[in-house]
Design a protein around this ligand. Structure first.
Ligand code: PLP
Length: 290
């Protein structure tokens, strides 16, 4: 169903408005120059996971993009809880977004003003239930993650997502579920909406997060691995190392812990380390998390 044609409510600049009335003007700065920052938060059994962490990151992203968000973390958390209670959605996805408004249509947007909205909908899984166990196939894109001095890579900013859209279009034509993006130096970076881990000799290996978003799920999984006695190595990873990996998986709020069954023509089997982390992660998020 079209996202503009749903029923329910969206929190918009401090008030609950009807879903279909939560619209923006075509001359919004955010629409023309991708001057928006956003979040993705999962709700499990009516409880949002890592709610405050996500809103703290929204504020950090907004500071990088110099977008004014006049709503504090506590206020946004309360609005989100109110939205969840009013929606009746037990297992869903929350999408907060802040963007520059229509006060100016020039590139700097000094007087553009800003808006903030929070929407929520039911979204059980990104790739379908079967993919949780079978895994997905990812293909390397020709599009690269930019250097941190070329784009605001540490922010969850819309300006970084054109690359992901282009990469998904490219690899979808080759039959892949998602794209693997390399960094400017040709090292493994991440997928289009998730971070990546390799399992080798029982340890986790994940790229240093300096050209892409350092995910909250990535940090959560690193924490779980520590508690399970699994070593985690953050380092530069070359694409050629994937063929020697025992397992590969992706992490993200929407993806959760998502096994990978192939990278390009390298076939992989979702294995015991991925399965264990997947189970531990699900137990954590369903247990009220944090
Ligand atoms: C490009 C990108 N990388 C990584 C992630 C994973 O971040 P998180 O675990 O905080 O959801 C996401 C999802 O938010 C993303 O869009």
């Amino acid at each position: 169903m079209n996202f503009a044609e749903r029923d329910g409510h969206i929190w918009f600049d401090g008030a609950m408005v009807g879903w279909r009335d939560a619209t923006v003007h075509v001359l919004s700065h955010g629409l023309h120059y991708a001057s928006s920052v956003f979040e993705g938060i999962r709700v499990y059994g009516g409880a949002p996971f890592a709610l405050e962490e996500h809103y703290r990151r929204l504020h950090r992203s907004a500071a990088v993009l110099r977008i004014d968000v006049p709503f504090g973390v506590a206020e946004l958390c309360a609005a989100t809880r109110e939205l969840i209670a009013a929606s009746g959605v037990a297992d869903g996805y929350v999408r907060p977004i802040s963007w520059r408004g229509s006060g100016s249509i020039e590139v700097p947007g000094f007087d553009a003003g800003s808006h903030t909205a929070v929407a929520l909908w039911a979204w059980p899984s990104v790739f379908g239930e079967d993919a949780r166990t079978a895994g997905i196939r990812i293909g390397t894109s020709r599009w690269r993650r930019p250097d941190p001095d070329t784009a605001p890579t540490e922010a969850k900013s819309a300006s970084n997502y054109a690359i992901g859209t282009l990469a998904r279009h490219e690899v979808a034509g080759q039959g892949f579920d998602d794209a693997l993006l390399l960094d400017r130096q040709g090292r493994v970076a991440e997928a289009t909406g998730a971070n990546i881990f390799l399992v080798a000799d029982g340890a986790l290996h994940t790229p240093i997060a300096d050209s892409f978003l350092s995910g909250i799920t990535r940090a959560t999984v690193i924490g779980i691995a520590g508690r399970c006695g699994i070593e985690v190595v953050e380092r530069r990873i070359l694409p050629s190392e994937i063929a020697g990996a025992d397992e590969v998986f992706l992490t993200g709020t929407a993806y959760e812990v998502q096994p990978v069954r192939a990278v390009d023509d390298v076939e992989l089997a979702p294995g015991p380390v991925t399965r264990r982390l997947q189970e531990e992660y699900r137990a954590l998020v369903h247990g009220g998390g944090r």
